[in-house]
Design a protein around this ligand. Structure first.
Ligand SMILES: Nc1nc2c(c(=O)[nH]1)N[C@H]1C(S)=C(S)[C@@H](COP(=O)(O)OP(=O)(O)OC[C@H]3O[C@@H](n4cnc5c(=O)[nH]c(N)nc54)[C@H](O)[C@@H]3O)O[C@H]1N2
Ligand SMILES: Nc1nc2c(c(=O)[nH]1)N[C@H]1C(S)=C(S)[C@@H](COP(=O)(O)OP(=O)(O)OC[C@H]3O[C@@H](n4cnc5c(=O)[nH]c(N)nc54)[C@H](O)[C@@H]3O)O[C@H]1N2
Ligand code: SF4
Ligand SMILES: [Mo]
Length: 848
């Protein structure tokens, strides 16, 4: 045994003992091969090949190539066939390799043997076979259905690939449950409210950075986070030469550090800045008239504080500018913004003038930061309004949504497959209480149209509308990723049966009854994703670039296939018939012969129009399935500028400064509950009344906790090395942590402005406890000028008390660093159903 092997074995034994997986990791083929062959690997032999796949480490969803040698993944790079990002990439792509070969992976199904559930209860997982695991699940599903309680089954989904519809939607419905719960409302739904209610796009935009002349980013840090980091990071330097870049963020982000101007805004006060810029744009006649419209006689009548007669104004592609001015905007002077948000009036004027001069090559970025807040919907509207005002929307140098791609992203209809039990189950209210008076969740204009992810824990605890009895959760870890995690721990502990489909024993797993080992999404799974950027949309493939080393299954294909088969053997055959009759190989028309073949067929099914010769006219023509598999990426035609002008999917068909679309949705929700819109707003924690509800306006940010007791505000941020909540068992994550501005390698720091640190008597390296009304965490103090006084910036990502040997100080017992979600209080932007993460959590700091 050479040293390398002995070292790995030693580590494994320790980890196995800690996690209760006694011995199970030791005898797996990949692990042994790795340990024995590592020293002999010579990268220069060139015997390997680059194989296409997709990284879903973040929502950039980059097309990748993996260098595979002797059956092992060695290196990752951007896929040169991509027109979105090409070979450009981000630093965290490499962490995927450590995920794949993580020695703490769950390598076979495991069952809980400790009947008690709690953070202090070791689950005492013990290996079982897939056969036994599937039996258990199938029996539970059938028992629920026999009691006519199929709605008590739920599927939770976090990250997902474009084949997810089968397991997430169709399978859940076939079982007879309305409860397919996604993570979207802890992701970024509030961010979509402005774009949807102003220009009809429920989705994210791409930014035409190559042609921008003015970039104004509210809480977006595109070279470190946000979407399509690979492309934006590679173009950011060039953009700085062409455009003025202003970043608005309470902390000095990587992008702010390179911007022309950084505005360290007080958390929650972004709308004050956005609205004051809009005000100046009108008073000084800087708006983009070819898009917005103008006074009929070209005489500007916008004067601060004065009402304008709408009859003088002719809208062009926009709606309601004068209405907005009269109801709100006329009073939002730069001096008003100074009073409410401490902003510099001259700076505001300079920004408005710069934007006016650059119009329409202007892009205003918004992100989770300013929008995943209690009144985030209105911030999203206020920031996005600037894209309309300066004509950046759909313009060269501005921003625009994704082009459509010809995909079969929905699996075939369930007609003929839903039995009476399923139909009755589907009529039940969803577990997240969406659509109730206090949860409008107005996704795509519909009351209860969107998920309220984090409220599921509350509903489970209250057993309102009912108690969930069986949960299958995949690629998600809500007990870590949702604010006020303690609620999730309690809710899961009291649930009868929880199965977690996971690569690692995560916090969620700790409360599970059954662990199902997942194949890694990037290296071991058939799937794929869509990305936008650089004016293109791409569709890229995920495929098993290496043979799964362990006894894992693919979450979105193999698992539902095997479960459907087992259910059929036990007498409930609808899912199995559906799979075999409806989801067939588009080339041969044949049903799959086993789960592995089925996994490939799901991707073939979804992507067929890209490669089967369909004349879609939307982009490249690929020459058959193998061509797609080998290139790994399909590129759309470039975005056609101004293609939506005059035909926005809003009520008026225009860009709505006064949102008739929001009015319709809110009136619909109010009528459903027999109340007025004002009563809805009151029940949902907004200050607006009357017409203000339908337009961007300012509301004082709401905070949780008594200011005297909790004097500081938490500013949560993503680490540049976060692959969402999944990269923290990678040793490189810790070694390289100082790539985050202000952070330290091998530490989890909370960053204090030296002004605050002095008052608090804090020094660099002090161990501290941060408390909020929700809980407390411990971490290390760091003094740093890059954070606004009165606020404390801390990366989200660390604070795992499970997940593996690197992620936690003592697996299952002691967290490494602190998880921000243990102190972020459970609040919502109720109009979108989103959880609030920003600006509302007041904190206090003590030495630990
Ligand atoms: N590195 C990295 N990138 C990622 C991910 C990742 O895990 N790691 N995950 C991906 C995912 S799932 C998503 S949804 C996207 C989200 O990407 P974004 O929508 O861009 O959101 P976050 O990256 O969460 O960034 C939040 C930012 O808001 C700032 N902020 C906090 N409060 C305020 C405020 O009151 N006002 C303003 N103006 N700013 C504020 C924070 O400092 C931080 O810079 O990122 C994706 N990209
Ligand atoms: N404080 C704070 N909280 C946040 C955020 C933040 O910026 N700050 N970001 C939010 C955002 S934008 C999002 S999208 C959510 C994400 O939150 P979730 O959707 O809960 O996803 P992750 O935390 O990434 O956890 C995924 C889990 O899936 C498992 N897993 C890992 N790799 C794989 C795999 O390849 N396949 C399968 N099947 N399972 C795997 C592991 O158990 C892992 O813990 O977190 C949100 N939470
Ligand atoms: S982590 Fe995100 S930006 Fe980096 S390669 Fe993966 S998908 Fe792309
Ligand atoms: Mo997200």
């Amino acid at each position: 045994m050479d040293i390398q092997r002995r070292r790995i074995l030693k580590g494994t034994l320790a980890g196995a003992a800690l996690s209760g997986i006694k011995g199970s990791l030791l005898f797996t083929p990949t692990f042994q091969a790795m340990a024995e062959d590592l020293p002999r690997i010579d990268l220069r032999t060139g015997t390997g090949e680059w194989i296409a796949t997709t990284c879903q480490g973040c929502t950039s969803w980059c097309a990748k190539q993996v260098y595979v040698m002797d059956g092992r993944a060695i290196k990752v790079r951007g896929n040169p066939h991509s027109k979105v990002h090409g070979i450009a990439s981000c630093p965290r792509q490499h962490l995927n390799l450590q995920q794949l070969y993580d020695t703490d992976r769950v390598v076979e199904p495991m069952i809980r043997t400790n009947p008690n559930k709690g953070r202090d209860q070791d689950p005492q997982f013990k290996p079982i076979s897939w056969d036994q695991a599937l039996d258990l699940l199938a029996d539970k599903i059938i028992a629920l259905r026999q009691r006519n309680e199929s709605h008590k089954y739920a599927l939770f989904r976090g990250r997902y690939s474009f084949t997810n519809d089968l397991f997430y939607d169709k399978f859940t419905k076939l079982v007879g449950s309305p409860n397919n719960i996604s993570h979207s409302a802890i992701c970024a739904e509030a961010h979509k409210m402005g774009p949807y209610y102003m220009d009809g796009n429920w989705g994210y935009n791409q930014y035409d950075l190559n042609h921008a002349k003015y970039v104004l980013a509210f809480g977006a840090d595109p070279i470190a986070s946000n979407r399509q980091t690979s492309f934006y990071a590679s173009e950011w330097g060039n953009a700085l030469d062409r455009a003025t870049v202003v970043v608005v963020d309470p902390r000095l982000t990587a992008s702010a550090a390179k911007a022309h101007k950084w505005i360290p805004i007080e958390p929650g006060k972004d709308p004050a800045l956005a609205l004051a810029i809009a005000h100046v744009a009108l008073v000084e006649g800087l708006w983009y008239k070819p898009f917005v419209g103008d006074f009929k006689d070209s005489q500007n009548r916008f004067v601060a504080g004065q009402v304008v007669d709408a009859k003088h104004f002719a809208d062009k592609h926009s709606h309601g500018l004068v209405h907005w001015w009269n109801e709100a905007l006329k009073d939002y002077t730069p001096e008003w913004a100074q009073q409410h948000a401490g902003l510099d009036p001259e700076e505001i004027r300079a920004i408005a003038r710069g934007m006016g001069k650059s119009a329409p090559a202007v892009q205003v970025w918004t992100s989770r930061g300013p929008t995943m807040q209690i009144q985030g919907t209105y911030t999203s509207l206020a920031c996005h309004a600037l894209n309309g005002l300066f004509g950046g929307i759909d313009s060269k140098g501005g921003l625009f949504p994704a082009q459509s791609a010809p995909l079969n992203s929905k699996f075939p209809s369930l007609d003929g497959y839903l039995d009476d039990v399923a139909k009755a189950g589907l009529k039940q209210e969803k577990i997240d209480q969406r659509g109730r008076l206090t949860f409008p969740a107005l996704k795509s204009g519909k009351s209860g149209g969107g998920v309220v992810t984090n409220n599921v824990a509350n509903a489970m605890l209250a057993q309102d509308p009912y108690q969930l009895e069986l949960i299958i959760a995949y690629f998600s870890n809500f007990a870590f990723s949702g604010p006020d995690t303690a609620r999730w721990e309690k809710a899961l502990a009291q649930t009868d049966f929880v199965a977690h489909v996971t690569t690692n024993i995560a916090e969620f797993s700790w409360f599970a009854d059954l662990l199902l080992p997942a194949s890694h999404h990037m290296f071991e799974k058939w799937g794929g994703a869509n990305a936008i950027g650089n004016g293109y949309r791409q569709v890229s493939i995920q495929q098993p670039v290496v043979k799964p080393g362990w006894n894992t299954k693919q979450d979105e294909s193999e698992l539902p296939y095997l479960l459907a088969k087992r259910l059929a053997q036990k007498g409930f055959d609808a899912p199995w018939r559906y799979i075999n009759e409806q989801i067939r190989d588009p080339e041969t028309g044949k049903a799959a012969k086993d789960e592995q073949q089925f996994a490939e067929i799901t991707v073939k099914y979804v992507t067929a129009p890209l490669w089967d010769g369909t004349n879609h006219g939307k982009g490249e023509r690929l020459n058959g399935w193998q061509d797609f598999v080998s290139k790994g990426v399909w590129n759309s035609n470039p975005y056609e500028y101004q293609s939506r002008w005059g035909k926005y999917k809003t009520v008026t068909g225009k860009f709505e400064f006064y949102s008739e679309t929001l009015k319709k949705a809110l009136v619909g929700h109010a009528q459903k509950h027999g109340v007025s819109v004002d009563q809805v707003l009151e029940a949902c924690d907004y200050d607006a009344r009357g017409e203000l509800a339908f337009m961007p306006h300012y509301e004082e940010p709401k905070r949780d906790g008594d200011k005297a007791k909790y004097p500081l505000l938490l500013v949560d941020q993503k680490s540049r090395l976060n692959l969402e909540g999944r990269s923290q068992n990678s040793s490189w994550y810790y070694e390289l942590k100082d790539v985050d501005p202000g952070d330290e390698a091998n530490e989890d720091v909370a960053k204090f402005n030296p002004v605050d640190a002095k008052k608090l008597n804090l020094a660099n390296g002090d161990r501290i406890r941060i408390s909020s009304p929700a809980g407390s965490i411990t971490c290390t103090a760091k003094l740093w000028e890059g954070v606004r006084p009165g606020t404390v910036a801390k990366c989200f990502g660390q604070g795992h008390w499970a997940f593996g040997r690197h992620a936690s100080t003592e697996f299952g017992k002691v967290a490494r660093g602190g998880n921000n979600n243990e102190i972020i209080t459970d609040q919502y932007d109720r109009l979108s159903g989103s959880s609030a993460f920003y600006s509302h959590t007041r904190i206090r700091v003590e030495k630990a």
